[in-house]
Design a protein around this ligand. Structure first.
Ligand code: KG4
Ligand code: ZN
Length: 357
């Protein structure tokens, strides 16, 4: 029996310092041997958002220890690692540089291949860590920095069908939370508050609902929430805003995902229709349930990562590393950090005033 590859993944693109070791079993199913994520919430809390220099300093302080812990927890010796995969972009350049440099040094010291990974490709492949998932599939990537529908054909093969023309979905959740006085990062708290509120109390706008295919827009919601948040008198008002906001998001995502299905089917001859949802916002249970129902109505098989692999982690980076390792897609040690790095390099830039849909 040949030795199964063992991959070290490293992630430092934003405010999580993470390292993970994965391998696979004899059936080729990935196994997570360790998965360490250290969040910097406490570092950034008082500033209401991520401060790049502080984030980079926190990564530098912790990266050694986090990687060592990932190795210790995995039960393997560092000499058994076959390759190192580090996030090279997109993200904050000062943060990316930490994990990238560490990964390159580790690979060089151990004389093993180095693999650069696109963080978004990590999210795209994250469901493979616990589900059998074959290409092609339709992906909805919803995180704090990105919101996109992509047709995924394989490693490095992405066609963008739709994207946000302003804020990302996670950003809309975070900004709404901030207006309700919830501490950073407040996105997940909206889901909690919404449970106690009346989703029909406030009518919020649904930007580009009836145009723009499966492109998305959320900036108008923030402005509307800003207006009504000025009249908050009691806790119940906050609950009602959170519930109304989340219901509006559900309506938008239902319609836009239906549009994405149509677009995807137009361009692909499909025997199996598979829909994957990944990224931090995929942890929202209301959004998951709505999308599961939509999949049943449209004969799509839905595959979501487990909740603990929706947010940023290094197991998903190691997952891309594992697939690239098997394809012998290695990178040189002068591979640069890429703060902007699209999955579909041919897709048009769709942000800013005057954008044509
Ligand atoms: O993928 P991720 O961890 O980091 C990025 O790559 O951006 O996503 C973080 C985003 C944040 O905006 C956070 O508020 C949002 O995911 N998020 C949620 C929930 N959990 C995390 N948004 C809505 N509901 C949730 N339960
Ligand atoms: Zn992410």
């Amino acid at each position: 029996m040949s030795k199964k590859p063992i991959i070290l993944g490293i992630e430092t693109s934003c405010d999580e310092t993470a390292a993970s070791i994965i391998s696979e079993n004899n059936q080729g199913i990935p196994i997570i041997l360790s998965n360490i994520v250290s969040s910097q919430v406490e570092v950034h809390k008082e500033f209401g958002g991520v401060v790049p220099e502080l984030a980079a300093r926190a990564h530098i302080n912790k990266i050694d220890w986090i990687v060592q812990k990932a190795i210790d927890d995995s039960g393997i010796k560092k000499e058994a690692i076959d390759a190192v995969a580090s996030t090279a972009g997109p993200g904050l350049i000062v943060c990316l540089s930490v994990g990238l440099s560490f990964g390159k040094s580790f690979a060089s010291a151990m004389s093993i291949p180095f693999i650069s990974v696109n963080h978004l490709e990590g999210h795209a492949l994250s469901p493979k860590l616990n589900s059998k998932l074959d290409y092609p599939y339709l992906l909805l990537l919803i995180s704090g920095g990105h919101s996109q529908y992509l047709s995924v054909g394989g490693i490095g093969s992405y066609k963008r069908l739709g994207t946000t023309i302003d804020d990302a979905l996670g950003e809309a959740f975070d900004k709404t939370a901030k207006l309700l006085g919830i501490e950073f990062p407040g996105g997940p708290q909206i889901e909690v508050l919404a449970k106690k509120g009346d989703p029909n109390r406030y009518q919020l706008p649904k930007p580009i609902f009836n145009k723009g295919g499966c492109n998305l827009s959320f900036a108008g919601l923030k402005t509307a929430v800003l207006k009504i948040s000025k009249n908050i008198k009691k806790e119940q008002d906050k609950f009602d805003i959170a519930a109304s906001f989340q219901k509006t998001i559900l309506d938008i995502m239902y319609k836009k995902t239906k549009n994405a299905f149509d677009e995807y089917e137009k361009n692909n001859k499909l025997e199996n229709k598979i829909f994957v949802v990944a990224g931090g916002v995929a942890a929202n249970k209301e959004i998951r349930t709505m999308l599961e129902n939509l999949c049943s109505e449209n004969e799509y098989k839905h595959i979501f990562p487990p909740i603990n692999l929706c947010g940023d982690n290094a197991a998903m980076i190691a997952m891309v590393g594992l697939e690239k390792f098997k394809m012998k897609k290695f990178n040189d040690l002068d591979y640069p950090a890429k703060p902007r790095w699209s999955l579909d390099e041919n897709a048009a830039y769709l942000k800013g005033a005057g954008v044509k849909l």
